[in-house]
Design a protein around this ligand. Structure first.
Ligand code: A3P
Length: 327
């Protein structure tokens, strides 16, 4: 009931409030989850803990997992368009739900949108397959999700581009809250010390990578840069992974390319839902166009000094060594 739900949120809020916190790139401090070792602002961390306690999983559930600013909006769009391709033909762009709903409304975050505001959502009525998203590390996924055979789609991105995207996004929040923007170098220093949302970056990526290596049929592992090189191949792998491969007829009809075009940066950023829409997150309201900045690979070079880039690369090399994961 609502009183018990409220008490659960209060319980975790009290607990997290005793944990170490530090200044962050954004306008709110980040807490360090003492068991998981990851960072988050208070409300999403509490939401993740409530989700862990209350979420009930189905084997047919599909969970998108990412670090913030690593391509979440894109993979949500691709997954949603792919899964719903029969009801909403991707070539019929004019009638597609994306015209009125942004990707973050089509696939909602557990800790930013569903387990928020002292409420435990009723997700039982949602039809199969239910699509959710989260930023929490693999080890902190809701225990019911981990126990069920539900599928996880992970996307990671080059840490330098991920950082620059994060830095820009965080500064927009700062400015809106009347604070001075932080420099890219200061943001990079925080990032290297692991003080980034759901960071350390390297722990997050390695956690999902190890899970993927152990159970490839349950955890899919994509890289933003590779998606940029061949999005169609990734859409096909996504469809096979969730058990709805494209038929020969669909292939001939160009359905895969239609999904890629529909979800492309250029198409999505021009939609009314992007230009005029908003997404309510527990940390504040975000205009949908803020999820689209440049969508390029290597934009870090315009913002980071060569020394800082080397520092980040050195951490990546040493942390990924022996994992089978390329730096
Ligand atoms: P940049 O800031 O480098 O442009 P997230 O979706 O996880 O918040 O990540 C946002 C990043 O993904 C931004 O990167 C954004 O421009 C990029 N992005 C958003 N939609 C995209 C799309 N359809 N295709 C490629 N990149 C996209």
């Amino acid at each position: 009931d609502t009183e018990t739900d409220k008490e659960l949120y209060q319980h975790f809020t009290d607990l997290v409030s005793t944990w170490p916190s530090s200044e962050s790139m954004s306008f709110i401090p980040l807490y360090r989850h003492v068991d998981g070792g990851w960072h988050s602002s208070l409300k999403p961390m509490v939401g993740a803990m409530v989700a862990d306690a209350r979420f009930t999983a189905r084997p047919s559930d599909i969970i998108v997992a990412t670090l913030p600013k690593s391509g979440t909006t894109w993979i949500k769009a691709l997954l949603y368009a792919m899964v719903h391709r029969r009801e909403h033909h991707p070539a019929d762009a004019v009638a597609h739900p994306f015209n009125s709903l942004g990707p973050h409304e089509c696939i909602r975050f557990l800790e930013y949108q569903l387990y928020t505001n002292d409420r435990v959502p009723d997700l039982d009525k949602l039809p199969d397959p239910r699509l959710f998203a989260t930023h929490v590390p693999f080890a902190s996924l809701p225990s019911a999700a981990a126990a069920s055979r539900c599928k996880v789609v992970y996307v990671c991105r080059d840490p330098k581009d991920n950082l620059i995207s994060l830095w820009d996004f965080a500064n927009k929040f700062r400015v809106r809250h009347g604070q001075e923007p932080v420099t890219a170098e200061a943001a990079a220093d925080l990032f290297c010390r692991g003080v980034s949302p759901f960071g350390p970056y390297w722990d997050h990526v390695l956690g999902y990578w190890d899970a993927h290596v152990e159970r490839p049929e349950q955890v899919l592992f994509f890289r933003y840069e590779e998606m940029r090189l061949d999005a169609a191949a990734h859409v096909r792998r996504l469809a096979e992974f969730v058990g709805v491969p494209f038929s020969a007829e669909e292939e001939e009809g160009g359905v895969v390319d239609a999904i890629v075009r529909l979800c492309s940066f250029d198409h999505m950023s021009g939609l009314e839902a992007t230009k005029g829409g908003k997404t309510e997150l527990v940390i504040g309201t975000v205009a949908n166009n803020e999820f689209f900045r440049r969508g390029q690979v290597g934009d870090w070079a315009n913002h980071l000094s060569p020394e800082m880039a080397r520092r980040i690369d050195a951490i990546t090399e040493s942390r990924f060594k022996g994992s089978g994961l390329r730096a």
